[in-house]
Design a protein. Structure first.
Length: 442
């Protein structure tokens, strides 16, 4: 059988990172309105969920970023057709089970750790999957044991061969079908919760996930699966129940707003001052960040046209510790460290999730920040102003934080390896420039 596949639109973001730099000059107060756009950490899982049902799926509010295009290439490699529609929606045509290719290639998985979320859907649809060990941002080890243990409780057997994880489900009278089980996660891993949630949607019987991740993106995934016919209760809490069904149908779903991109603009306001409205932000998804920013003197409130951030004067130092949602997300930490670097006083930042996520601090030190690290703690002594320098992005959020640092640095700041930023932001330079910042992407 010949499989017809939609060609990618000519204006689609290329999956191959392009050399890029952000050039930043010190800016005055920011003023205006921006949009965060769709959440990267939701869109990628929703795309993987489309593998669960044959037919045409349509996802709206999908961000035009490199990670989305990497995931699109992944789905194409697995046998699906992916394209952007004329209305800007992402269209995914999922083939019958017999035409799926349940092998996730190394060159794509190595580019993005989130690729591991195709494992659950492939096991659920095909009873077999081979996925390379994931790569992605360089900020410490993030093992996939929680994924394998949870799926193993549901009847999958795994072997690691030549750098690949091979999973299979033993055949029974119902075929190669996963079986509902109770899964207790040792840690409330976001991606492990997503993987098990998707796999359980087509499993035989009921699956219960205890200590599940509580992120809003999990609830967004569950809402999409619900529109496909899945039976899910408790998504967004630590106790999730999924009653497996025999078949799912294609989805039409709008991706939730990106709370990390929203937070980027809130922190930018704290650094440069002024008043900024993020019109599509969800303040209820950022409660702990809003509290921390309030303690630092950045007022964040729900306004009639969006979430409004205002700041007048130098921010105050606070202590910050990253924790699973609803705590302060690790993705917010590079922004908060940057804000603390020019705050009045001394703040202690504790990274409790990823051991390697202080690597960008050397770049902030190049800009004159007074930061001392010890283990998973950083002591940040605020200075009145940073100094422009040539620095390097090491991951998505670290790169964006260095761009923000340039807003309050004397002279010119050049952030190299800017393709990291493009993985999570549609047009960070353009958005900041629309608020009055002096930022260019070259």
């Amino acid at each position: 059988m010949v499989r017809m596949e939609l060609a990618p639109a000519p204006d689609a973001v290329p999956a191959v990172p392009r050399p890029a730099s952000f050039v930043v000059q010190p800016s005055g107060p920011l003023e205006g309105t921006v949009r965060a756009g769709g959440a990267k950490n939701s869109a990628l899982k929703l795309m993987a969920a489309c593998l669960l049902a044959e037919g045409r799926h349509e996802l709206s509010n999908v961000p035009r970023i490199i990670d989305v295009e990497i995931m699109a290439d992944m789905l194409r490699a697995l046998g699906a057709g992916v394209s952007w529609s004329a209305e800007g929606r992402l269209v995914i045509d999922t083939p019958p089970t017999c035409e799926l290719v349940p092998v996730a290639p190394y060159d794509l998985v190595d580019k993005m750790r989130a690729s591991i979320v195709v494992l659950g859907p492939l096991l659920a649809r095909c009873g077999y999957a081979r996925v390379s060990m994931p790569g992605g941002d360089d900020f410490g080890s993030r093992p996939i044991d929680f994924h394998l243990d949870g799926l193993g409780k549901m009847g999958a057997h795994f072997d690691t061969v030549h750098g690949n994880v091979e999973g299979s489900v033993a055949p029974d009278a119902a075929g190669r079908r996963l079986v509902g089980s109770q899964v207790v996660l040792e840690y409330p891993s976001h991606t492990a919760t997503d993987n098990i949630l998707m796999a359980a949607a087509l499993a035989k019987g009921t699956t219960v996930i205890e200590n599940a991740a509580r992120e809003p993106e999990v609830a967004d995934l569950a809402a999409c699966l619900g529109s496909m016919g899945a039976r899910i209760r408790g998504a967004g809490t630590s106790h999730v129940e999924i009653e497996g069904v025999d078949e799912l149908v294609p989805a039409t779903h709008s991706v939730m707003p990106d709370r990390v991109v929203s937070g980027t603009f809130l922190v930018a306001t704290g650094l440069a001052g002024g008043e900024v409205v993020v019109e599509d932000a969800r303040i209820d998804h950022m409660d702990m960040l809003v509290r921390k920013l309030g303690a630092m003197g950045v007022i964040v409130e729900q306004g009639p046209t969006g979430v409004v951030a205002t700041c007048d004067g130098r921010p105050r130092s606070v202590d910050v510790a990253t924790l699973p949602y609803p705590g302060v997300a690790t993705d917010y930490k590079p922004f908060l460290v940057t804000l603390l670097s020019v705050a009045d006083g001394v703040g202690i930042v504790s990274e409790n999730l990823f051991a390697g996520r202080f690597r960008y601090i050397d770049e902030l030190r190049r800009m004159g920040a007074d930061i001392r690290t010890e283990g998973h703690h950083a002591v940040v002594r605020g200075v009145p102003r940073l100094s422009g320098a040539k620095v390097k992005a090491t991951d998505i959020r670290a790169g964006a934080a260095l761009v923000l640092a340039g807003l309050v640095a004397e002279g010119e700041t050049v952030v190299t390896e800017g393709h990291h930023v493009d993985r999570g932001y549609e047009d960070l330079a353009g958005s900041l420039a629309s608020l009055g910042a002096r930022v260019e992407r070259r």
